[in-house]
Ligand binder design. Structure first.
Ligand SMILES: C[S@@+](CC[C@H](N)C(=O)[O-])C[C@H]1O[C@@H](n2cnc3c(N)ncnc32)[C@H](O)[C@@H]1O
Length: 283
């Protein structure tokens, strides 16, 4: 299966995802909040497309030790929830990069609504060929997105390239304890558009290959298993809206794929971790 096909499949998956910027605007309106009263705090319960919401971002922020002079890159920034939250909490500047044009448009619309466009911007592009100069950012982060990317060795190399000397990379991702069976790998691509699931050991060696050091990790497998069971229930609670918006077949296909994904966490095949690495390179 060629790389472009896999990237197009990811874009299509997010174009038709159950949660979108439009759905967030509707959820905010349903809370009785007018568009002109939208702030980052209003959005944060809707716009975090990873596991554990803003608490997970707080843990990532503690690892990354942000200050207001940082310029952070959020690789695979989705609807921009973590980007806005980190800028709001730390005062730093944030750039988000995402492959899916509709996600980037949604992130920009939500950021404008929260009046944060002076500090938070979004660029459409592929994380495997980042449209940034070398040594552009003091922090590089990613959450629950790298599993979609087919060549993670190249992804880590790109992250290291754009990270300034002295900078930190902190990311969490869906991983497996051991190499996945071909059947599970195929089903995770078919249903969730995960192109390559790495082990923690894979990540540690790719980080070392590009000269990143002081690698530390926190195992999130049990925490994510609990979260994913709840998340599946949340998607099921959106059945009526999703069927109306995207059709019965789409809902059933997504539900089936999600059940398989959550099952792989429950049976201990999949894992998750937060990984921290440092760029010691001197220019
Ligand atoms: C699960 S969402 C995570 C969004 C965000 N990190 C968050 O926590 O809210 C995954 C995102 O990765 C993006 N993505 C997948 N493959 C990508 C690639 N090769 N380059 C850039 N973005 C990509 C998708 O478009 C999607 O928006």
């Amino acid at each position: 299966m060629n790389k472009n096909f896999r990237l197009q499949a990811v874009e299509h998956f997010y174009d038709f995802h159950p949660i979108s910027a439009q759905q967030i605007f509707e959820a905010v309106a349903a809370r009785g909040i007018a568009k002109e009263d939208i702030t980052e705090e209003v959005l944060q319960m809707h716009d975090q497309d990873h596991y554990g919401g803003t608490q997970a971002v707080d843990r990532l922020m503690a690892q990354a030790a942000f200050t207001s002079i940082d310029h952070m890159l959020d690789v695979c920034s989705g609807m921009g929830g973590p980007a806005r939250y980190i800028a709001w909490k730390s005062g730093c500047r944030v750039t988000g990069l995402d492959l899916t044009a509709s996600r980037v448009a949604g992130a920009i619309a939500l950021t404008q609504a929260a009046r944060m466009s002076d500090r938070v911007d979004f660029v459409q592009g592929n994380a495997l060929e980042m449209p940034f100069e070398d040594n552009s950012f003091t922090r590089v982060i990613g959450q629950e997105a790298f599993a979609h990317i087919p060549n993670k060795k190249q992804l880590i190399s790109e992250c290291a390239r754009v990270l300034k000397p002295g900078g930190r990379m902190v990311f969490s991702d869906i991983m497996s304890h051991q190499k996945l069976s071909q059947d599970n790998a195929d089903r995770l691509f078919e249903g969730m558009r995960f192109s390559e699931i790495a082990t923690l050991q894979d990540y540690i060696s790719w980080l070392a290959n590009v000269g990143l050091t002081s690698v530390q990790s926190i195992d999130l497998s049990s925490e994510w298993t609990r979260i994913l069971v709840d998340r599946h229930a949340m998607y099921r609670s959106l059945e009526t809206q999703t069927v109306t918006r995207l059709g019965r077949e789409h809902f059933d296909r997504y539900d089936h794929a999600y059940a398989h994904f959550v099952g792989l966490y429950k049976s201990g095949v999949l894992s998750g971790a937060l990984v921290h690495a440092f760029n010691p390179n001197k220019k």
